[in-house]
Design a protein around this ligand. Structure first.
Ligand code: APR
Length: 396
């Protein structure tokens, strides 16, 4: 079998890319390790920036999203018993769209497979990449039903298989460089069967550790609690979780968070990672396969879409018009936004973690960053611009 493009991974990056290619009549196949039911339910991110939504809309991929997503206009910081709102939409004219990743993935699979007639193979095993340094690469996998190994020849491979995929490690070690930053803290990531307790994202900056509240849907709310790295979720029974959330999110006039059954409880070892360049020979990486941002500022899904827009346009340009410019500039164009977002995440992480670091100097400077946001309109404007990822014009 032969396809111009093999896409590995059916997350937001791989499916958006597949849809762009299909719309340009470029043939491709998407290989996904899990089942369709699994990827349509897997709880993940949920915040999209306005430029990303407009990019999906321009490509005919935002119908359900625009009808169903909540639009957020501000976020709230709680510290020292106060609550302060930062009205980012007023400051930038841009919104956050809250739309759970499984809903987006469901829309994108339906559009790709059922509407645009794209080939997608679920449950593939043991994906391997071959001859990436030549102009005749191929991808092989074991078929879930027969167990037999199938080979697909292609012109390009898109590595969209997320943080634990196989494509990141495919280039020879001396051809890529991995930059990694560890925060030295854990976050207990929780999904609660409870309605949101605020109409916006809430950041609790507290000497006992950070706590976060993020609406996902009317029935489910995402919470985070800072904890030691490598902590065992078993150390966090229901009572302890809700007691810590009440303490760290406490503020004058703020109702305590609405309690509910915890349907997900995982400890994230908070780190960021960037692979550069995001290309080797005929392999192009996109999304979490190339870079991770700890969920500090809800950037991961947005970066995955940015990569997918650029790679989709670059591959289409090459395969339909012989234009090599997009592919040649792909890695640098992606990494520019990736590094910008990494820097913002690191800045905000210090606001969140400084007060509980045990270091009075870090605690003092973290609170100074926070106060500046509410004392200086210029600082608030700059924060809002970075939090929203900038203008929808010219961003893919
Ligand atoms: N072969 C085929 N598919 C694979 C393999 C493999 N070896 N390994 C992983 N996959 C699949 C996963 O099952 C998943 O469906 O690749 C897909 C990768 O999707 P995501 O992890 O969602 O990555 P991406 O599309 O880059 O989107 C990034 O995901 O983790 C969140 O916060 C992050 O929102 C961001 C988004």
């Amino acid at each position: 079998q032969r396809f111009p493009v093999v896409v590995i991974g059916a997350g937001p990056a791989g499916l958006t890319l597949g849809n762009i290619l299909r719309a340009a009549s470029v043939d491709c196949v998407v290989l996904e390790a899990q089942s369709r039911e699994f990827i349509e339910r897997r709880p993940r991110a949920g915040v999209l920036e306005e430029w990303a939504v407009r990019g999906l809309e321009r490509r005919g991929l935002a119908g359900n999203l625009l009808a169903r997503a909540q639009r957020h206009t501000e976020c709230e910081f709680r510290f020292g018993g106060q609550r302060r709102r930062l009205p980012y939409a007023e400051l930038t004219g841009l919104h956050h769209f809250v739309y759970p990743q499984p809903w987006l993935v469901t829309d994108l699979v339906r559009e790709y497979a059922d509407v645009r007639g794209g080939d997608i193979r679920f449950g593939v095993r043991d994906v391997r990449l071959h001859d990436l340094g030549t102009d005749r690469p191929s991808v092989s996998y074991r078929c879930p039903e027969s167990g037999e190994r199938r080979v697909i020849r292609c012109d390009f491979v898109a590595g969209c298989d997320g943080a634990r995929g196989v494509t990141r490690a495919a280039p020879p070690a001396h051809r890529t460089r991995t930059a990694r930053h560890d925060y030295g803290v854990g976050w207990l990531a929780l999904l609660a069967e409870a309605p949101p307790s605020s109409d916006c994202v809430v950041f609790g900056v507290h000497p006992a550790g950070f706590a976060g509240h993020m609406a996902r849907s009317p029935e489910v709310t995402r919470y985070y609690l800072q904890c030691p790295p490598g902590d065992d979720p078993a150390n966090w029974p229901h009572e302890r979780v809700w007691a810590e959330l009440r303490q760290r999110l406490a503020a004058a006039d703020a109702p305590p968070p609405a309690e509910g059954r915890l349907i997900e409880k995982r400890v994230l070892d908070m780190h960021n990672l960037v692979v550069a360049p995001m290309a080797y020979g005929r392999l192009f990486l996109a999304g979490d396969a190339a870079h991770l941002t700890a969920p500090i500022a809800a950037k991961g899904m947005n970066l995955a879409l940015h990569d997918a827009f650029l790679l989709g346009d670059a591959l289409t340009g090459y395969l339909t018009r012989g234009d090599e410019g997009g592919l040649a500039g792909y890695s640098a164009a992606c990494l520019r936004r990736v590094w910008d977002y990494q820097e913002f995440s690191q800045w905000l992480a210090e606001v969140f973690h400084g007060p509980a670091s045990g270091d009075p100097f870090r605690a003092g400077t973290a609170l100074a960053r926070l106060h500046r946001l509410f004392d200086s309109p210029g600082a608030a404007g700059a924060f809002a611009e970075q939090y929203l990822g900038g203008s929808p014009l010219g961003s893919g």
